[in-house]
Design a protein around this ligand. Structure first.
Ligand code: GAL
Ligand code: ZN
Length: 676
């Protein structure tokens, strides 16, 4: 996949609808009845085998695919096709006994145990060899099976933790560094090893850095280590995708994210599209609708539209917790929120709730006793609806005009390594998203190097690492009328994760028309509060202040500090672009909800950005192509809402025309199709 873009379609020809299915957990006799029930629910896809290596290769080199062959054929007869997974998240016991040296080692030096999952190291050559063998055996076995249409690599790489410090990783990390720096002198200089006598005389002396062993490691070494984790993971996945593509070039291949330390842009180079697993009920209250919306929007920021191979269908439960049971209509509501925000396919986790194992309370569509109840009926209704509208949505992308910068692993890692106790760019992106979501702006997430042409505003939430090569795109955006809102501390660190020697904000100074004279952390807000005067309203800041100097007469001060030694000093500025009407707003504090809320009228006035007036808890999202728009209207209240003020039309889901004094039921959804 080249040139990832937030607008990129998955390229799927079918809107897939179904569930992860585990025939290995049930008697063979279940499959036939399952297939019939799936057909009745309009399923056209199941996902299989991600944890079934022990079954498919019960002893080394002896393969047995009969359980899946039977399931794939029986389901296929009912029109339900299959996507398979490489089963490498759970290597079998014979392999970990034979090669204990492939087990991951955590930062405390503890060797991970066979007994749950994700215990093998991706840098281990031995593990890579076995991963290739099982992938090849599966790929060859299924290459000509017409019911197998695509693949997922592994399952949620790094979903439990990212690090490994085993001997394989030491070797591979050194190789990675040698390739990157060439000479040890270069590494010493770029890492700044003069600090705390870290100087190395050759690459073999270097170890993977660990936090608090005994204290803070070198930040440049840490960033390279996290890049290395992603780099080796990409290679591990590449082994598999190469084999799969060679076996059958018509298969699509995906992987389900999003977790720490993985550069999904890099990982997706070997994939057709990215996938994301949706579990809104980890949030305990109705705030879950906004969290869910942010998660879907940030997924799209990586490479565009996506698949959902696992969507919550019942309450999730693992030993220490048990989620709320989704109320009637709630799964449907979240499903359409996902589709509205770029899902091109959706599978529900899981078909039937397991009777054993560590996820025996992770409730699926069917309960433990295999009796279809309201959850099945609701999925069936969604299936029926998506059979009509799903396919027509393929090829459309989500419309938004205000964006928050997201989707850069270096930015996130750099922050996590050196946070100063401040919220992460990711956390701030979510806060900005919440404010805009609740005010009914058409908001999305985007990488600053992506196509910004549909936007009016982009927020840069404290990207301390900001690459020179992304600047031109922002400049062009501002020249064309766009407003860039730059949060404090942006561009203050280089890509080695060290501080820039120039006066901050470095590469943003000229565009923003300012330099920072002084900055500080706010640790005692009770006794030493600070306020900014934004449009005659005093807004408290709690985290950070910057005092800026305007360097150019095009720079206008938007807000000044009110107290302490900062009184009357500039805190927020705006500089118009050299050509055109856009420009750069620099905010010398953290982009917290009160600051964003206070600044919005000014941002709107500068950019022409508008929002919708919708009843509380109702949201509206548009998917579109060049001539048609699909307007999703979702009611996230538990009760019906009067939609008097909201434009109706012919609802594709119910087939009814909604207009005049129409009502939308609690958890209700409509899709209106309109010409552009
Ligand atoms: C996902 C994972 C599944 C299952 C599910 C419920 O993150 O991919 O295998 O564990 O969560 O916990
Ligand atoms: Zn390792």
């Amino acid at each position: 996949m080249n040139n990832p873009s937030h607008k990129r379609p998955t390229g799927l020809n079918e809107f897939y609808f179904g569930a992860p299915y585990y025939p290995e957990h049930w008697d063979k006799s279940f499959v036939e009845k399952d297939a019939k029930l799936m057909k009745e629910a309009s399923f056209n896809l199941v996902r299989l085998a991600e944890f079934a290596w022990d079954l498919m290769e019960p002893s080394e080199g002896n393969f047995d695919f009969s359980v899946f062959d039977n399931a794939i054929a029986t389901l296929g007869k009912e029109g339900v096709q299959s996507m398979l997974c490489t089963p490498t998240a759970t290597p079998p016991r014979w392999l970990t006994i034979k090669h204990p040296e492939m087990l991951r080692i955590d930062k405390d030096g503890i060797v991970q145990q066979h007994g749950s999952r994700q215990h093998a190291c991706h840098s281990s050559k031995i593990f890579r060899e076995y991963s290739k063998k099982i992938t090849k055996a599966m790929a060859e076995h299924y290459a000509t099976n017409p019911n197998v249409v695509g693949w997922q690599t592994d399952n949620e790489f790094f979903c439990h933790f990212s690090e490994c410090h085993c001997p394989n990783c030491q070797v591979s990390f050194r190789k990675f560094l040698k390739n990157k720096y060439g000479t040890i002198e270069e590494l010493n200089q770029r890492w700044g090893t003069a600090f705390w006598a870290l100087t190395y005389s050759n690459f073999d002396e270097i170890e993977t850095p660990k936090e608090f062993k005994p204290t803070y490691p070198n930040p440049a070494a840490m960033l390279d280590y996290q890049r290395f984790l992603s780099h080796d993971l990409v290679k591990f996945q590449h082994d598999q995708t190469e084999i799969l593509r060679e076996a059958n070039s018509n298969w699509w291949i995906t992987h389900n994210g999003l977790f720490g330390c993985i550069d999904y842009r890099d990982l997706c180079k070997d994939l057709d599209f990215l996938s994301y697993d949706v579990y809104p009920f980890f949030a305990k209250t109705r705030v879950r609708m906004q969290t869910n919306s942010f998660n879907l929007d940030r997924t799209r920021a990586w490479t565009g539209n996506f698949m959902i191979p696992e969507h919550q269908s019942g309450p999730g439960g693992q030993p220490p917790y048990f989620h709320d049971n989704p109320e009637p209509g709630e799964v449907r509501l979240y499903s359409y929120n996902a589709v509205a925000r770029g899902a091109d396919s959706i599978l529900y986790f899981r078909w039937r709730t397991a009777l054993f194992g560590s996820e025996q309370y992770w409730c699926g569509i069917l309960d433990h006793d295999n009796i279809p109840r309201r959850r099945y009926d609701e999925i069936k209704q969604i299936g029926k609806e998506l059979r009509i509208v799903g396919k027509e949505l393929l090829g459309t992308s989500v419309k938004f005009d205000v964006a928050i910068a997201y989707a850069d692993t270096d930015v996130t890692s750099s922050h996590n390594i050196y946070s100063l106790g401040l919220p992460s760019p990711y956390g701030v992106a979510e806060s900005i998203h919440n404010v805009l979501y609740n005010k009914n702006f058409e908001v999305g997430c985007i990488h600053p190097s992506d196509d910004l042409s549909d936007l009016k505003v982009i927020f840069i939430p404290h990207w301390t690492v900001f690459k020179q090569e992304w600047i031109e795109n922002l400049k062009e955006f501002a020249d064309n009328g766009g407003i860039v809102v730059v949060g404090a501390r942006t561009a203050t660190r280089n890509t080695d994760n060290n501080i820039i020697p120039e006066t901050i904000p470095g590469i943003f100074s000229e565009l923003c028309g300012i330099t920072i004279n002084e900055y500080g952390r706010q640790n005692d807000n009770e006794n030493r509060p600070l306020c900014l005067d934004i449009n005659l309203v005093n807004v408290r800041t709690d985290l950070w202040y910057e005092e800026m100097v305007c360097n150019d007469d095009k720079t206008e001060v938007i807000a000044s500090w009110k107290n302490r030694h900062l009184k009357n000093k500039s805190g927020i500025t705006f500089r118009k672009a050299d050509s055109g009407n856009g420009g750069f707003m620099y905010v010398g504090t953290y982009l917290t909800p009160p600051i964003i809320t206070a600044l919005l009228p000014k941002i709107q006035a500068l950019s022409g950005l508008t929002n919708k007036d919708l009843p509380k808890g109702v949201s509206q999202i548009i998917r579109e192509n060049s001539d048609t728009q699909y307007r999703f209207v979702l009611n996230s209240n538990y009760d019906a809402v009067n939609m008097n003020e909201v434009t109706g039309g012919l609802d594709l889901l119910s087939g009814e025309t909604k207009d005049g004094a129409w009502m939308l039921e609690g958890n209700g959804v409509c899709i209106f199709k309109e010409g552009k």
